[in-house]
Design a protein around this ligand. Structure first.
Ligand SMILES: Nc1nc2c(ncn2[C@@H]2O[C@H](COP(=O)(O)OP(=O)(O)OP(=O)(O)O)[C@@H](O)[C@H]2O)c(=O)[nH]1
Ligand SMILES: [Mg+2]
Length: 481
C-alpha cells in the first residue's frame, strides 16, 4: 500500500499518526483503504468539519399502499427475476475459494432455494385450496371450522383444508389461500390493524361476522354495515353468520292451562358465508392461488437476500474490527482530554463508506461525512460516550499500570463506540436490503434506538472486561499486569 503523507490534522501528534499508519499498513484488510476514499483523505477532509449537523431531513413515513388489486403471473415472475439477480450477486461476491468448492454449505443452501422456486412455479396451476380461520379469542373459530367441515367442505372437494389459526399468529402461506377473519361484533382498532397487516402481507380476506344471535335484531344490520364501510376500501367482503346459536327457551301453553317450558337448539346460519365461499372457489381459485404464490415468492426473495446478508456480514465484521482498533489508536494518542470526536467522525465516515460498499450501497464522501457526524451527535446525545468512558474508567482503575497511561480510557472507549456504530450500521444495511428498493431510506438520524440496544448488547455479549483486554492488546502500552 502506498502511504500518503500523514495529514492527520486536528490534533493528532506525529507519533500517533505514524502508529496509526502502522496499523493500517499491517492490517489484513489494510489494502482496502488504499483507494481514493482512503481513511487518510477522509480524516483530512473531515478535519475541522466537526460541527453538529442540525439540518435533518424530516422523513415522512410513507405506508406502502395496501395490495388489493388482482395478482397476475408477471408480478410473480418479477419477484423471481429479482431473486435470481440476488443469487447472481451472492455468487459473484463469493470468494474464489468458495466459488470453486461446491461442497461448501452455501451451495446447498442456494440449491435448496432454487428448488423452492421451481416448486412454486410448478404449482401456479394448482386447483386445491386451503383456508385459514383467524380472529380474537372466543369469536367462534373452532365452531366455524367444524361446521364447515361437517356441512360444506364435501360440496367443494378442492378445498382441502380449513384450519384455525389461534392467537396473533400469521397464517402460513401453506395454510391460507383465503383468510376468514372472524369477529363477534364491530371491528375494534386492533382487529382492523390486524386486517391491514394481513392485506399488506398479501393475503386474501373475507370478514365473517359471527354470533348475530347475540345482537338485538335492530343492531344486526347496522353492525354489519359498520364493518362493511370499514373494509370495503380494502376490497374485503363481509358475511354475517350464526355458527352456534344459543339455545332458546320455548314456552307452550297447553290446552289444560299448564305451561310447558323447554329449550330448542336453532340450526346454525352459515348460508351467507357458504354462498360467498362457493362463489370464490368457483370463480377465484386461480386468483387465490396466485396471491399465495406471490407471497411465497416474496418470502423466498427475503430468504435469498438473507443468505446474501450472511455472506456480506462475514466480510463486514473484519472491517469493523479494523476500524475499532484504528479508533482506539487515534483516541489513545490524542492529546485532547476528551474522546477525539474529530478522528472518530473520520473513522465512522470510512466505516459508512466501506460497510456501504459491502452491502452494495454507494455513498459520496459528503454523504458519509454527514451521516458520520449525525452518528457522533447521537452517541453524545444518548450519553453513550459518557457511559463508556465511565465504565472503562472504573474497570481500568484496577489496571494501575495502564491507568496511568492516560489515553487508555479514551482509546478503549473509542474502540467500543466504533464497534457499536459498526454493528449498528451492519444491522441497518441488512434491514434496508430487505425493503423494496424504493422504500429504502438511509435515515442515519433514526439509528438512535439501535445504537443504544447494540451498545447494551455488546456489553452483555462479550463483556466489557473481555473487550478491555482485547483493546489493551491493540494499544501501544507495555504489558500491564
Ligand atoms: N351465541 C353464540 N355463541 C357462539 C356462536 N358461535 C360460537 N359460539 C360459542 O362461543 C364460544 C367460543 O367458540 P369457539 O368456537 O371455541 O371460539 P374460538 O374462536 O375457537 O375460541 P378460541 O379458540 O378459544 O379463541 C363457544 O361456547 C361457542 O359455542 C354463535 O354464533 N352464537
Ligand atoms: Mg378455538
Amino acid at each position: 500500500m502506498q502511504l500518503k503523507r500523514p495529514i492527520l490534522v486536528g490534533g493528532l501528534g506525529l507519533s500517533a499518526s505514524l502508529w496509526l499508519l502502522n496499523i493500517v499498513g499491517h492490517s489484513p484488510v489494510g489494502h482496502a483503504l488504499g483507494d481514493s476514499t482512503s481513511l487518510l483523505s477522509v480524516v483530512a477532509v473531515g478535519a475541522g468539519l466537526w460541527l453538529f449537523n442540525k439540518s435533518r431531513g424530516s422523513s415522512v413515513v410513507v405506508e406502502p399502499p395496501l395490495a388489493i388489486g388482482p395478482v397476475d403471473r408477471s408480478a410473480i415472475e418479477g419477484v423471481i427475476a429479482k431473486t435470481e439477480s440476488i443469487f447472481e450477486t451472492l455468487i459473484s461476491e463469493l470468494s474464489e475459494e468458495v466459488k470453486a468448492d461446491k461442497t461448501q454449505s452455501i451451495w446447498s443452501q442456494i440449491e435448496e432455494k432454487r428448488k423452492a422456486i421451481n416448486h412454486l412455479l410448478a404449482n401456479l396451476e394448482r386447483e386445491s385450496l386451503a383456508f385459514a380461520v383467524v380472529g380474537n379469542k372466543s369469536v367462534g373459530k373452532t365452531t366455524l371450522v367444524s361446521e364447515l367441515k361437517d356441512s360444506w367442505q364435501a360440496s367443494q372437494p378442492t378445498v382441502k383444508k380449513v384450519l384455525e389459526v389461534s392467537g396473533e399468529e400469521m397464517p402460513t402461506a401453506a395454510d391460507a389461500d383465503l383468510v376468514l377473519f372472524m369477529t363477534a361484533g364491530d371491528l375494534t382498532q386492533s382487529e382492523l390493524q390486524r386486517i391491514h397487516a394481513l392485506i399488506r402481507a398479501g393475503y386474501r380476506l373475507q370478514v365473517v361476522l359471527n354470533k348475530q344471535d347475540q345482537m338485538l335484531p335492530a343492531d344486526r344490520q347496522s353492525v354489519l354495515q359498520q364493518i362493511q364501510t370499514r373494509v370495503e376500501d380494502l376490497g374485503i367482503g363481509v358475511s354475517a353468520i350464526v355458527a352456534n346459536p344459543a339455545p332458546i327457551k320455548v314456552r307452550r301453553h297447553k290446552e289444560n292451562g299448564d305451561v310447558e317450558e323447554f329449550t330448542e337448539q336453532p340450526a346454525p346460519q352459515l348460508a351467507k358465508l357458504t354462498a360467498k365461499l362457493d362463489d370464490l372457489v368457483e370463480h377465484e381459485t386461480q386468483q387465490l392461488v396466485l396471491a399465495t404464490a406471490l407471497r411465497q415468492a416474496k418470502a423466498l426473495q427475503v430468504e435469498v437476500q438473507q443468505l446474501l446478508n450472511t455472506q456480506r456480514k462475514q466480510r463486514a465484521l473484519p472491517i469493523v474490527e479494523q476500524m475499532q482498533w484504528i479508533a482506539a489508536g487515534s483516541a489513545f494518542a490524542s492529546p485532547l482530554p476528551s474522546l477525539d470526536l474529530l478522528a472518530s467522525t473520520a473513522i465512522n465516515s470510512q466505516l459508512i463508506l466501506d460497510l456501504g460498499k459491502v452491502y452494495g450501497q454507494t455513498f459520496s464522501l459528503e454523504q458519509a461525512k454527514k451521516a458520520a457526524s449525525t452518528l457522533a451527535e447521537l452517541l453524545v446525545k444518548l450519553g453513550l460516550v459518557e457511559l463508556s468512558t465511565q465504565a472503562f474508567g472504573s474497570l481500568l482503575k484496577a489496571h494501575v499500570a495502564t491507568y496511568i497511561a492516560g489515553g487508555a480510557i479514551q482509546g478503549v472507549s473509542a474502540a467500543y463506540l466504533t464497534r457499536t456504530v459498526g454493528l449498528s450500521l451492519i444491522e441497518f444495511f441488512e434491514e434496508q436490503s430487505l425493503l423494496p428498493e424504493k422504500e429504502r431510506k438511509f435515515a442515519f438520524a433514526e439509528m438512535g434506538e439501535r445504537l443504544q440496544t447494540l451498545f447494551k448488547a455488546t456489553k452483555q455479549g462479550m463483556g466489557l472486561q473481555a473487550f478491555l483486554q482485547q483493546a489493551l492488546s491493540h494499544l501501544p502500552i507495555k504489558a500491564a499486569a
